[in-house]
Design a binder for this molecule. Sequence first.
Ligand code: NAD
Length: 347
Amino acid sequence: MAFFDLVDFDNHEQVVFCSDKESGLKAIIAVHSTKLGPAVGGCRMWDYASDEEALVDVLRLSKGMTYKNAMAGLEMGGGKSVIIGNAKTDKNETLFKAFGNALNGLSGRYYSAEDVNITTKDIAIANTVTDYVTGTEGKSGNPAPFTALGTFLGIKAAVKHKLGRDDLAGLKVSIQGLGSVGYFLCEHLHKAGAKLVVTDLNQEALDKVAAEFDAQVVGLNEIYDQDVDIYAPCALGATINDSTIDRIKASIVAGCANNQLAEPKHDLALKSRGILYAPDYVINAGGIINVSFENDYCADKATNKVEEIYQTLLNVFEQADQQDRPTGEVADDMARAIIAAGGKDKL
Ligand code: NAD
């Protein structure tokens, strides 16, 4: 495998393969950049079909964290980790202690936190052997409600820009994925008067959201064909791809999932179809913003900073219009300019 030539390698500073025979740990830690500070980004546990798939996933997610943290104005670099395994059957205490020991090996160049299939309980176990975790219970805790708040405000910014409206009353939103973030996003949207169309692999999650928020449930594959105003991808990445893009009827794509575009060309493809795309790492930064307050935690301060996502997205949309370019490309340029300047406040 031509590792350094992978598109997603993108000059990563460090990629560490970790294993521990006793616990069965197989993990990859990717540190994309420490230019703005220690790399911070969550850990995902997933039963990857191959080690290559895990590697590409962690590299893409890690680069995304560099851009996300820069755009959010945080003094943090970008990194991510993945544990290869089945979260339902392979989790145990020794696994997360072994993961904590692996984090110690990076001596603070990377701090881990929760992501898909990793809970505050798992992070607490790692925390018994390492200080290099964040998003811990009793401090900033579960980032998901803050990610949901930021995503909700990002949807409002997209609606303001595209539809010229300040409210969401009566707008139809399709939400794919009702997990830690998706559930809270549905709560915000329902309270704001939006009509929800939802899907998930998990029947329990579907029943709960249908009952609590009067949501219409559709099949996993039907979600792309819905006659809605906004499509919110909140499950895994790459759901905007060659086979789904022509089916999307929404005029806005805005959700919390990381790496929503299967390939960079889908950024332009959305623009060409008149669909406003809220770049994923900008709209879903609420959780990492909350985590950045870990060491002197104050929920109000974190909430105020999460609220900045609304204006950051409006800036991206306006610049994209002025330059007649896709929003994802414009956000990437803005993030790179922040990194080159050494921080958002130094621009
Ligand atoms: P989660 O694991 O709690 O929830 C994901 C949900 O998606 C689950 O309910 C799962 O059943 C469902 N799902 C998986 N595949 C699906 C499919 N094909 N169709 C429909 N539903 C499917 O994860 P989460 O923490 O809510 O994160 C969701 C997304 O947001 C991920 O892409 C994650 O990387 C991203 N994200 C999360 C946070 C956070 O604070 N948790 C922060 C930033 C970005």
